[in-house]
Design a protein around this ligand. Sequence first.
Ligand code: CA
Length: 220
Amino acid sequence: MASILIAEDEARISRFIEKGLRAAGFATQVTGNGSEALALAQTDEFDLLLLDVNLPGMDGFAVLEALRGTGSRLPIIILTARVEVQDTVAGLEGGADDYLGKPFRFDELLARIRLRMRRDEAGTESTVLQHGPLSLDIRTRQARVGDHAVELSAREFALAEEFIRNAGQVLSREQLLSRVWGYDFDPGSNVADVYVGYLRHKLGSNLIETVRGVGYRLSG
Ligand code: CA
């Protein structure tokens, strides 16, 4: 199981990331302190580091510089509220592999992580997820039902992926909102229901069951 170190001092955000990554099959560890993040990142126990810029103890750029200074090649994705180009460029020149501006959606973060992981261990993991007649290729973003290719928008694909990775489990509206839309999404929104409707329309009406009062489940 791939293991991800999350260096983020805002508990709301680290909880959101941790919950989502665990559901996606990753092991996780959270630290809210920069110096501790540096120490942990040097243990070889992690496959990727998510690194917030504004951290107590030691800021993210200093952690990055120190890590690269020791020759570490750990994949690093910078998480930053500072969307100014200068900071981003500094981060990438300092040896980060990628960055994500806050607020971000979970599916966006997951896509970046998977991309880094695949670059690291190319070809070791199948990129096709299958459940009954539904298959999703997470690399090419192609969806199929049986022999038929189906066009899905990025958000529809992310929602379908969430269902297929949790096949048989009931997913509540809140879970779907937090995993597919992000932590800043209004919990009262009905957008998840609307998108389940789109998926039923495109993938077949029987594929996603409504579990009354609880949520939705991929059938089968
Ligand atoms: Ca912070």
